[in-house]
Design a protein around this ligand. Structure first.
Ligand SMILES: [Cu+2]
Length: 155
């Protein structure tokens, strides 16, 4: 009992933001969906021409509906965005992992879905997007990503 005031004093020294989870007001992000391959085995990235606006917050949901592994690869894109996290979900849509840090290559197993949360930071025109699995780019798994708009934090 005599330690209670000490404990209370200690708790008061902890900044409030350390005690609470992320506020519910964190935006979900502008959602875009991309498919790597198709159910019937076509080698495509759909849509394959993506455009993002600087300073906005995005949730890019990448899904592989096919029966083989595919990559979402764009070395240039990684240097143009700030990645907040990549969420990996299980079959029921429950998050089973979060990956933090710069991302430039994702491999998705058949049926897998990930959500990439990021802020586009610097302008980019037709940044190369492809699947680097052998032969897949030549078969059609290619695309481009553009980042447009005024610089973030400019007004
Ligand atoms: Cu592929």
């Amino acid at each position: 009992m005599r330690y209670q005031p000490i404990l209370a004093a200690l708790l008061l020294t902890i900044p409030a933001h350390c005690l609470t989870a992320e506020p519910a007001s964190v935006p979900e992000g502008i959602e875009l969906k991309v498919s790597l391959g198709t159910k019937d085995g076509k080698y495509s990235i759909t849509p394959n021409d993506l455009t993002f606006e600087r300073g906005k917050y995005y949730k890019l949901v990448i899904h592989n509906p096919s029966s083989e592994d595919h990559y979402f690869t764009s070395d240039a894109f990684a240097t143009h965005v700030f990645t907040r996290k990549v969420e990996v979900t299980d079959g029921s849509g429950k998050t089973i992992a979060e990956v933090h840090g710069a991302v430039n290559d994702l491999e998705l197993k058949p049926g897998a879905t990930v959500a990439w949360y990021f802020y586009p930071m610097t302008k980019g025109e037709k940044l190369h997007l492809f699947c680097h699995k052998e032969g897949h780019e030549a078969k059609g798994m290619t695309g481009s990503i553009s980042i447009v708009g005024p610089p973030p934090f400019s007004n």
